[in-house]
Design a binder for this molecule. Structure first.
Ligand code: COA
Length: 430
């Protein structure tokens, strides 16, 4: 096989690639920092010429214009995880949500719908004809296999990552070249409350644990508080900048890991260029597909696995809402249920839910007597063992409703504790 000839035969310009999309067809795009910017931008133009097309995304990082309300009826965005853009256009009825546990998102979609196109991104082809899917393989490899027509946006600025990220040119139908820098997610500066939460969590993480950190401001603060730990390992969904800090400080060695010892395991990376340089050709990282990294049965094979995820609201019985706010979809379940359940299966493991005790500048308690009508629950009360706020740790394992109520009130913001108590009495859960 003349690889260069095979490469040239597949080259398309953006217009050619997007013009292939026809009425009522389905495109799946790679997620977050792996999203293909040139193709998605091209889609906003092509969308005017088709009826009833769908594009599936996950944590879209930029507004490419294809959800503009003027495209109503031409195209609909289906998203596994809302970022700011899906959130915005949901209100305009240009986006809808696909509820999922991340480890089965791709397979379920491919089982239900014909996938006409998969549009992904990759680092350039190597001398053996392999591309690296670079910043993530959450569902992308499944789509390479299932889609009728696979287009990769090949970009020399993307890191070549190790593990199960390779696809051969024979599996690819089209190539679009692009040189844009990958999208970055700057770290959020932790607040005082975040650092206090990080401090409580540090007390729960023993040396030799394998950790998963979720998405949001609090996980960054947690990484800072783990600097004194020894021999931590990483088995996560998302690689973050905080993990680079921990590795460089010698905290992450992976020496005590029981699964992929010595390797940091994850399925996608989202952060700054520093993270993207760190993961480039780094054999210390093992990218595995989302149906592996996030399978609770796989996660549970790690010894002392600790998952740390963030929530928006918790009710006094322990129901956790992490993705729904003010009557609307805010983000998605993502890997929260996967990683939480996996950690609970692990010998010596812990599933931790962390949240600030208040929101909106201290005016709202995130611990509520009951959830608002229609709230979408991410984790049920029966699977919540540990809730952490800046005011402490509520250990709910094996606890009755009455004990849960008492312990959750004890970690609520002091300004709201009396109100929570009287509401608990009124609801007869005290
Ligand atoms: N009531 C009203 N508003 C609230 C609120 C509440 N209970 N809780 C948070 N908010 C507001 C905040 O004030 C903030 O508003 P602002 O932007 O105007 O300041 C906004 O909602 C976002 O809250 P914040 O705490 O900053 O969110 P975050 O970026 O830290 O993300 C989650 C937190 C829970 C949304 C995020 O972790 C998530 O989507 N989790 C689910 C998926 C998951 O955990 N996956 C894990 C595997 S990676």
């Amino acid at each position: 096989m003349d690889l260069q000839e095979e490469y040239r035969r597949r080259l398309l310009d953006v217009e050619e690639a997007v013009n292939m999309v026809k009425d009522r067809q389905t495109i799946v795009a790679a997620m977050a920092a792996s999203e293909p910017p040139a193709l998605l931008r091209g889609l906003s133009r092509r969308a005017r010429e088709v009826e009833g097309a769908r594009v599936c995304t996950c944590l879209l990082m930029r507004d490419y214009g294809f959800m503009d309300p003027s495209l109503q009826g031409h195209i609909l965005n289906e998203s596994w995880f809302f970022g700011p853009w899906e959130r915005k256009y949901y209100g305009e009825r240009m986006a809808t949500h696909l509820p999922n546990n991340l480890h089965e998102a791709g397979e379920k979609k491919a089982e239900k719908d014909r996938i006409d196109f998969f549009w992904g991104t990759a680092a350039p082809m190597d001398e053996n004809g392999f591309f690296s899917l670079s910043l993530g393989v959450t569902y992308e490899k499944i789509m390479v296999e299932k889609a009728d027509f696979v287009v990769l946006e090949v970009n020399e600025n993307l890191p070549r990552t190790m593990g199960d990220t390779q696809v051969h040119i024979s599996e690819i139908d089209g190539i679009v070249e692009n040189k844009e820098d990958p999208v970055e997610l700057p770290p959020v500066e932790p607040t005082e409350a975040d650092l206090a939460i990080g401090n409580h969590i540090a007390e729960l993480v023993e040396d030799g644990s394998t950790i998963q950190l979720g998405i949001g401001g609090i996980p960054n603060a947690i990484a800072r508080n783990l600097m004194d730990k020894k021999d931590l390992g990483i088995h996560t969904e998302m690689f973050t900048d905080g993990m680079v800090d921990l590795f460089e400080a010698g905290v992450i060695t992976g020496r005590k890991k029981t699964l992929w010892p010595g390797k940091m395991v994850g399925t996608f990376a989202l952060g700054t260029n520093r993270l993207y340089r760190f993961i480039d050709q780094n054999p210390g990282l093992e990218f595995q597909q989302g149906n592996v990294t996030n399978d609770p049965f796989v996660i549970g094979k790690n010894y002392k696995m600790v998952s740390i995820n963030t929530a928006l609201q918790v009710d006094l019985c322990g129901q956790v809402v992490s993705e729904w706010l003010g009557g609307r979809q805010f983000s998605g379940t993502g890997g929260q249920a996967d990683t939480h359940r996996g950690a609970q299966r692990s010998p010596g493991g812990k599933g931790i839910i962390a949240l600030r005790s208040t929101a909106k500048k201290g005016t709202i308690s995130t611990i509520q007597p009951r959830l608002p009508a229609g709230a979408q629950v991410t984790l049920g009360r029966q699977e919540i063992d540990l809730v952490v706020t800046e005011h402490g740790v509520a250990s709910l394992k094996g606890m009755s409703v009455r004990e849960r109520v008492q312990r959750l009130i004890a970690i609520a913001h002091p300004d709201f504790r009396d109100e929570l108590k009287s509401e608990a009495e009124r609801l007869e859960i005290w």
